[in-house]
Write a protein that binds this ligand. Structure first.
Ligand code: AMP
Length: 293
């Protein structure tokens, strides 16, 4: 595995692979690697000749009051995990390599994908996603991958990146990898490190809530009832969600029923110092058409 810090070095490193027409896969990360990241790397390893992982804690996607300084960093450990996972090139630039003096451009997806859920101005806001799409667009230009891998854990982020890639004609296949969970259901996240020993078991209520909603839906309940089942699980763990919403899984348009399209059930909650998000896509079984349908 080659560790590179500079854009020019990255280009040099990949020139041969591009010349030979090899398939290049990019896995963008902010480090503090866990099994979720490793699933992305495994998917990339399986589909690509060359796997590039970026490790960059992107200041542009943090709000001033967020955890940029506290964000867990351990490059040595990450590099070793990346090597074992079969990464060919680890790109770990300094902040001024990505945002040099005078940097003044942003890539921003507009519309509903960046105005709801985490993009609500009261929450992380559109600026968070603009920070993500700006750095991802830059990485796409630097690496010129054939495929790029993102996690379903950050469902809204994956949709926003897909939109950006389509809108800006990046000829890159966006692969979305299923969420990897701890045995008790908690979605793995670098931010789980902020959970205290007392809060860690409580955090499992987030995924229990989503599963309760899914069960209700599979059992024939409507969306309101399914959401109530989820709310019940959260209440039992004394968790007040920042949001718990059902939206069209592709457009993020609000939905108040299961109308045959997949529904994204998304939630965010603060547990102690950790702000955690999770989601599940629910596709209720086809209803038997009845009179009036
Ligand atoms: P991060 O380092 O948190 O920015 O995440 C880097 C990539 O890993 C993003 O595409 C995330 O969606 C993905 N990811 C994070 N956690 C998980 C998880 N538990 N399962 C699958 N993918 C994940």
């Amino acid at each position: 595995m080659k560790l590179v810090r500079a854009k020019a070095q990255l280009r040099d490193e990949l020139a041969g692979a591009h010349g030979r027409g090899e398939t290049i896969g990019l896995v963008p990360t902010m480090g503090a690697l866990h099994e979720g990241h490793l699933a992305l790397l495994a998917a990339a390893r399986e589909r690509c000749d060359v796997v590039v992982m970026s490790l960059f804690v992107n200041p542009a996607q943090f709000r001033p009051e967020e955890d940029l300084d506290a964000y867990p960093r351990d490059e040595e450990r990450d590099a070793e995990l990346a090597r074992v996972a079969g990464v060919d090139v680890l790109f770990a630039p300094a902040v001024d390599e990505i945002y040099p003096e005078g940097f003044a451009t942003a890539v921003e997806v507009g519309g509903p994908l960046t105005s709801v859920l985490d993009a609500d101005p009261e929450r992380r806001g559109r600026g968070h996603f603009s920070g993500v799409t700006t750095v991802v667009a830059k990485l796409f230009n630097m690496v010129e991958p054939d495929l790029a891998f993102f996690g379903q854990k950050d469902a809204q982020q994956a949709l926003v990146v897909e939109r950006m890639a389509r809108d800006l004609d990046f000829a890159i296949e966006i692969v979305v990898v299923p969420t990897v969970r701890a045995p008790d259901g908690l979605a793995l996240s670098s931010r789980n490190a902020y959970l205290s020993a007392a809060d860690r078991p409580r955090a499992a209520a987030l995924s229990r809530a989503l599963v309760a909603a899914e069960r209700a839906a599979q059992g024939g309940s409507g969306l309101a009832e399914a959401l109530a089942a989820a709310r019940g699980e959260l209440e039992a763990a004394a968790i007040e969600p920042e949001y718990l919403e059902a939206r069209d899984a592709e457009t993020l348009a609000a939905t108040d029923n299961f109308n045959g399209r997949p529904v994204l059930l998304a939630l965010a909650a603060r547990i102690g110092p950790a702000r955690l998000i999770d989601n599940l896509v629910i596709t209720p079984p086809d209803r038997v058409a009845g009179p009036g349908d």
